[in-house]
Design a protein around this ligand. Structure first.
Ligand code: SF4
Length: 176
């Protein structure tokens, strides 16, 4: 079976994707989200992803909480609106680490749950993945996860499994 590394931003966005992809690929979930602030919130979101992976027997890589690196990457972009340049930088930051890990660990494919997010445009995120794929020689599984009933399925599974759903995107600047 082909190996796919799925960058997972949170459980509500990824539960329907994990459910679908675990039958099509040798799936590994990749939790790399140093953008999430504060740390308590980071741990809470991560715990929900761990819970799903354990229940379904899916492998998970718990990456470092490299907040200093992430904070460095968005210096000067603090006042950008959501979906602006700071978010582009944030997508690039997380996907770069995912693609590098995929390459270094012989995954044929990588993907991200980011396009499941309500305000996350596939036409912005997927070109970042495709450019990294070309640069590193790993296939990016480009998908708009919002489509084909997956958002609805994700909402349903989130309620059924009593999964915590956050009220803001992740970084300090997105807390309203
Ligand atoms: S709003 Fe969300 S996507 Fe944008 S920089 Fe903050 S955490 Fe990243």
């Amino acid at each position: 079976m082909k190996k796919l590394l799925l960058h997972t931003c949170c459980a509500p966005c990824s539960i329907a994707i994990i459910d679908e992809m675990k039958n099509q690929f040798q799936l590994t979930v990749f939790f790399y989200n140093p953008n999430i602030f504060p740390e308590d919130e980071y741990l809470k979101r991560k715990a929900e992803v761990i819970k799903i992976c354990q229940e379904w027997g899916v492998s998970m890589i718990d990456m470092d909480y490299e907040t200093d690196k992430w904070n460095q990457s968005v210096i000067g972009l603090e006042t950008e609106p959501e979906s602006g340049v700071r978010c582009l930088t944030c997508f690039q930051f997380r996907l770069t680490r995912t693609a590098e890990y995929a390459k270094q660990n012989n995954f044929g494919y990588f993907a991200t749950s980011l396009t499941m997010g309500r305000n996350k445009k596939a036409e912005v995120i997927n070109p970042i993945g495709l450019a990294l794929a070309e640069k590193l020689g790993v296939i990016f599984y480009a998908e708009d996860w919002k489509k084909n009933g997956r958002q609805e399925k994700g909402r349903q599974l989130t309620v059924e499994k009593k999964i915590y759903r956050q009220s803001y995107c992740g970084c300090l600047f997105s807390i309203k």
